[in-house]
Ligand binder design. Sequence first.
Ligand code: ZN
Length: 196
Amino acid sequence: MLKLVMNSCVSFILIMLAACGMTNEHNKMDHSYNQDHEATEVSEVAVDSLSVELKNTKGEKVGIAALTEEKNGVRIKLQAEGLAPGRHGFHIHEIGKCEQPDFKTAGEHYNPFSREHGFKNPKGPHAGDLPNIEVDANGKASVETFASLVTLQQGKPNSLLDVDGSAVIIHEQADDYKTNPAGNSGDRIACGVVAK
Ligand code: ZN
């Protein structure tokens, strides 16, 4: 009799375990479905414009870049101050991380198409290459430029809003538009994270 009861108990426990297993499997399937569904929704969200705050190596705010999605690229309007007068390299870098003191965390120029640096380089340019900016005698710059090789649309191979984001950087010196990988533009003096 005791043996029979024990057998029944074991059978009951086995059935319960099996049921639990099925439930877990079912939950997992639901979960992955939801994740896929959310991912699809995110990639369809249109980001039309965003504002990027640039800081210098001391962490002081020195400018704002307004990025706007247009038909064939991204328009960038930069207002900056507190910079050394003259021409400075201006680029979009591959990682949205601006850590002091040198902003090396932003990585190299944004380059989803595996090109070399520079508008004058036959193997260039990087998608993140932009024209030099001109800073006036008062240390101010007001610049409008257009990046035709990038987009703010998520899910595209050349999106600035990819998994690790991207960064807008002003360099110490002018970009010569031809020397790989950064146009001999010297140190990074201001950096801003491109994020939603
Ligand atoms: Zn470049």
